[in-house]
Design a protein around this ligand. Sequence first.
Ligand code: ASP
Length: 371
Amino acid sequence: MNFNGLHLKTQQHFLNQMKVKQIQVSGVQSPETARARVLIIYTGGTFGMTHDASGALIPFDFSSIVEHLPTIRNLGLAFTVFSFEKPIDSSNVSPEHWKLLADVINNNYVEHDGFVILHGTDTMAYTASALSFMLEGLNKPVILTGAQLPIIDPRSDARENLITALEIAAAKRDGCAIVPEVCIYFDYELLRGNRSKKVESMQFDAFDSGNYPALAKAGVKIDYNYGAIRKMDKRELALHTKLDSSIAILKLFPGISEQVVQSVFSNTSLKAVILETYGSGNAPTIPWLITSLEQAVKRGVIVVNVSQCPGGMVVQGKYETSKELMKAGVLSGADMTTEAALTKLMVLLGSYDAETCKRLVEQNLAGELSS
Ligand code: ASP
């Protein structure tokens, strides 16, 4: 088969997976008597894995959630449940899936108090970051969660993660949502989505937000860190679903060659590069690197400096080794995660001209950076 044929086949494969269906979950509260209405979207991941007849792991049918988690009935909540028609491993997530999620939330926004997205952990931080920029003016909780062990496993973390995520999605104070933002709830901690990173694949504490405190800790009760949670947004919900992925991530390392850097910058369709630098935003001062960056910036490529350190921030000009970047026109990513910088650029490039993107990328739009 020729390249185009293969390409079309792959596209079709992904498009087939990109549908959602509404599913009925019996035995839960009716909307009339419930204390809150929560919409759940099941996308796949380890959370819902079960064994088929041969013992292989396959995604479970989400309508059987009450069988796996009977206590869901006692929450006093009404649920609307959507599931990806074909649940995915989150390594297969794409901006098309993010559009689907944003559309489901937008289409059902008024009737629900909060939203819970069940998602694989591998790319959960990317999805949470993307949604935080796509759902501008969000005033209700969108809580992503998942599990390190499938719900059918006796030691699974799926049950606690889901139950507490639902509680947080429904939580109100003085009639308003306590957490009106996109978050990740995992292993007893609520983190801002666009500050989170997956940091662990074997233990239960899979996520961390090195540059921002937890928004809540769940113990005997859920302790909200009110000072750290975003204030209610005065704006109406506005969707940004046009994403542009003409972006590359270039991670520096000692010994990186000119050819490798050139192979990235010679791509003429490139609109932005996230430069992963050392420490507080430092890079080697080798002339060919600085020249490549200067030339790319002159050509209109937006270059954003993000640190390889999980904590701390980029301060261009602090050391000689970052002054050069600043002179070359590289923008500071401050304390943004790579996941936040990438998805923010996708959303900005999809909506605005290059000058506006340059201005906005350094600004705090959804709590993703400290100014
Ligand atoms: N590979 C899985 C996923 O991200 C891992 C998980 O769910 O924890 O979908």
